[in-house]
Structures are given as structure tokens and as C-alpha cells.
Write a protein that binds this ligand. Structure first.
Ligand code: SAJ
Length: 415
């Protein structure tokens, strides 16, 4: 049986490890955080994601996966560590570099090295391949196989999409791409397309940048529509009836660990000035500030105003708060002297205090609907209304029915 070492037991490394472990491979998960190692080795997960627990427990009970701080000699090494953005809006490749440095001591002729971490074009060849060559003399494509296999799964649907989505695989040569294809074929039901390293790297960035630019367009439409006194949601709904138009939704800003970051990776080595991509980033980044200003305007004249934020995850129906624009809104409102409380039944960890439904709404002057979790649909508007001091709702997602909230005496503001 082939042995696979996966470096990084995060949102991508962990499910990938489970998939391979349940499909004929012996898997070693390598993790630098000892708390995660202990948790996983005692059969407990550190990630909340639908269906992940089931596939993890199967691999764990079958003893097909073990997690440790060190590598073991393997046939395949997969790097699935984070690539955050640094203060200069460049990719921080330090985790990729240290993972590669760990691999170089174990790699030998004939093995396969895969980078999964989203990275600027050229990273697999010029960073991973280069570090290995300089320290071992082993040349990618000649002595071992080297591939870039980006993950494309949607948080909240990771397990389903990891199996069913099509996959792009880039190889330093055709044999490398084919070798990686065989590995992923063990659990991927979607198509697998092979290409060069750099095309695969760019495809991943282009996908997320496409989404960012299109959300920026929606956010800009919302800003312009408001100046005309036009309802942007109606405009989008009707425009999307056209067979070749599909406008995305405006919102309170773009969050998560991918979409606000990947466009900067595309721009990493070029002059970004005057690019649509850079402008889109700025539009999306300014939205939470615009919303904070609007809320402060609504509350002018209120004594010791209080705002309740419903939902602080970066998008609906998940508990992940990384890069959530709710944090910007929280900070901005607080700076403006507004007391802010937070209610999110899906989030267990947040930068600021999380309150119960009742405590968050008690004596509140405005309910800010930041994300439209399905769970919020179960909450009785009458109860919300009875707890609040003043009845204002600011809806950033077109979540509430305007007529219905009016029946409970709410003043309704929306994007
Ligand atoms: N958003 C809007 N309006 C919309 C859609 C989204 O404001 O119409 C906001 C969301 O509220 C959220 C942000 O954009 O704050 C991003 O959400 P998302 O659902 O668009 O994407 P992610 O970040 O959860 O996942 C994306 C996916 N990429 C694409 O759909 C092209 C996923 O497939 C990738 O695997 C993932 O990034 C990743 O890991 O790169």
C-alpha cells in the first residue's frame, strides 16, 4: 500500500487525508500544533464541516491515519499549509517554505511531491522545486514527480465537493501530472484535467478573482442604485432573468481566507495600478466602512446607542469567522461610541464576546443582519421586537421580508 504524508491538517489537508485514508492509502498527517495532534489522535476533530466527522472516524477506527509532528518516509508528500497575505499584500510563503524544508530530508528518487496551497504563479517550480534541488540535488521531473493540485472546495460543502467537483492538476511534466491524477482518482468522481504547473496555479487564482470582481460589481451597483433611490435587489433579480446575465449579490463585504486574498496573488509580480482586479478589491474592502457610517447616521440622537449584530461568520450557514468583515464593522461602530453585541448560534470562537439571543437584543436600538443563517429564520420577530429598545433593522443580505418586519413595528433599512 502506498504511503502519503500530508503537511497541514487544516480545512484542506484534513479532509484530503481522510479521503485518501478511506481509499486505499496509509496516511500520515503532519501538524505543527500539538493540540491538534492530540485531538486528532484521540479521535476528535478540530474542524466543523458537514460529513467530515463521519469520514474522519472511519479512517481513525480503521487505523489508516495517524497525525504527528514529524514526517515518515513516504511515496507521496502533499503540502496543504496556509498561504496568508502579509502587510505588503504579498503572499507569505513561509509555511510552504518550511513544509518543503521538512520534505527535503525524506524525499528520494521516484516519489511524488504535490503543492495544494493556493500560491502565486511560479511557486511550485521556483520555490518548492528549487529548495529541493538546491538541498538534495534531486531534479523535479527527472528524479521525482512534482505537481500543483489546487483545492476548489466550498467551505460548508467541502466533503461533497472534494469528491464531486472537477479537478485541475498541473505537472512539471506530463508524467508528474499523470502520477498525481492517479492519486486523486482514488476518490474524485469529477473530471480530472491535467496541464502545466503555472496554468494550474493561475486557474485557481482566476476562479476566486472572477468571484471577487463580480461581487465588487454588485456592491458598486448597490452604491449607485442607492444614489438613484432604486432597489438594487429588484434590479439584480430582473436583470438575471436575461439568459446571459448572472449578477451576484451585494453584501456587507467580502470575507473568508480565499476570495479577499487570491486577487493579490495574481497581482503579485505585476504593476497593479489601474487594474480592474485591484479596484475591485478596494470596492469590496470599503463596503463594511460604508455600512458602519450608515448605521451611525441612523442612530444619531440616540442616547448610548446599542447595535446587535446577527451572524459574524464570513458567510451564511458556517461558523468560520476568518477575515469576516463583521470584525471591521464591530470595530468601526465601537470607535463611533456605539455599544455592540453579537449573536451567532453557529460560531464558537470570535474575537469579541458572543452573547445569547436575549442578552444580545436586550435594550438594543438596531439589529444588523450581517449573514443570513438558515437558523435565523426560526426566530420569532415578535420576540426580537419585544426585547429591543428601538425597532430598527439593517438588512445587508435581503434576508427579511420588508412587509413582514413592518408588521412588528420595525423601521427597515437595507442595502
Ligand atoms: N459574497 C457576496 N456576494 C455573493 C457571494 C459571496 O458578498 O454573491 C461574499 C460572502 O458573503 C463571503 C465572500 O463573498 O464573505 C466569499 O464567499 P464565497 O461563497 O464566494 O466563497 P468562499 O470563500 O467560501 O469559497 C471560495 C470558492 N471559490 C469560488 O467559488 C470561485 C471555493 O470554491 C474555493 O475553494 C474557496 O474560495 C477557496 O478555498 O479558495
Amino acid at each position: 500500500m502506498e504511503k502519503v504524508c500530508i503537511l497541514g491538517m487544516g480545512y484542506i489537508g484534513m479532509p484530503t487525508a481522510c479521503m485518501l485514508a478511506n481509499n486505499g492509502y496509509e496516511v500520515i498527517g503532519v501538524e505543527i500544533d500539538s493540540k491538534i495532534i492530540n485531538k486528532l489522535n484521540s479521535g476528535k476533530l478540530h474542524i466543523d464541516e458537514p460529513d467530515l466527522k463521519e469520514i474522519f472516524l472511519k479512517a481513525y477506527k480503521d487505523k489508516k491515519i495517524k497525525v504527528m509532528a514529524e514526517l515518515e518516509k513516504s511515496d507521496v508528500y502533499i503540502i496543504a499549509v496556509q498561504t496568508p497575505l502579509n502587510n505588503q499584500r504579498k503572499a507569505d510563503l513561509s509555511y510552504v517554505i518550511s513544509a518543503t524544508n521538512m520534505i527535503k530530508d525524506y524525499i528520494s528518487n521516484g516519489c511524488l511531491v504535490i503543492l495544494e496551497s493556493t500560491s502565486p504563479p511560479g511557486t511550485t517550480r521556483n520555490i518548492v522545486g528549487d529548495i529541493i534541488y538546491r538541498s538534495t540535488g534531486l531534479k523535479a521531473g527527472r528524479d521525482y514527480y512534482l505537481a500543483f493540485c489546487p483545492e476548489r472546495v466550498l467551505p460548508g460543502k467541502i466533503v461533497y465537493e472534494m469528491v464531486n467537483d472537477d479537478r485541475i492538476i498541473g505537472g512539471i511534466n506530463e508524467e508528474s501530472a499523470k502520477k498525481a491524477e492517479m492519486l486523486y482518482r482514488s476518490f474524485v468522481k469529477g473530471k480530472i484535467i491535467t496541464t502545466t504547473l503555472e496554468v494550474a496555479e493561475f486557474v485557481k487564482l482566476a476562479e476566486n478573482t472572477f468571484r471577487d470582481v463580480n461581487i465588487a460589481f454588485s456592491n458598486e451597483l448597490a452604491i449607485i442604485c442607492e444614489k438613484y433611490g432604486i432597489n438594487v435587489w429588484e434590479v439584480i433579480r430582473f436583470a438575471n432573468l436575461h439568459p446571459r446575465v448572472n449578477i451576484l449579490n451585494p453584501g456587507p463585504g467580502v470575507g473568508g481566507h480565499c476570495i479577499p486574498i487570491d486577487p493579490w496573488f495574481i497581482l503579485e509580480n505585476i504593476d497593479a495600478r489601474d487594474t480592474l482586479i485591484e479596484k475591485s478589491r478596494y470596492i469590496n474592502d470599503k463596503v463594511p466602512f460604508i455600512i458602519s457610517d450608515k448605521i451611525a447616521n441612523i442612530l444619531v440622537g440616540y442616547k448610548k446607542p446599542k447595535v446587535t449584530i446577527f451572524g459574524v461568520s464570513y458567510k451564511e450557514n458556517i461558523g468560520d469567522t476568518r477575515e469576516s468583515p463583521a470584525i471591521v464593522i464591530y470595530n468601526e461602530l465601537t470607535k463611533k461610541g456605539i455599544n455592540v453585541s453579537v449573536y451567532d448560534p453557529l460560531v464558537s470562537q470570535f474575537k469579541y464576546l458572543l452573547s445569547s439571543l436575549e442578552d444580545s437584543l436586550k435594550d438594543s436600538d438596531l439589529l444588523l443582519l450581517f449573514v443570513g443563517h438558515e437558523k435565523f429564520k426560526e426566530i420569532d420577530l415578535g420576540k426580537i421586537s419585544s426585547l429591543m429598545r428601538n425597532k430598527n433593522i439593517f438588512d445587508t443580505r435581503n434576508f427579511f421580508d420588508q412587509k413582514n418586519v413592518g408588521k412588528y413595528g420595525f423601521k427597515y433599512y437595507f442595502i
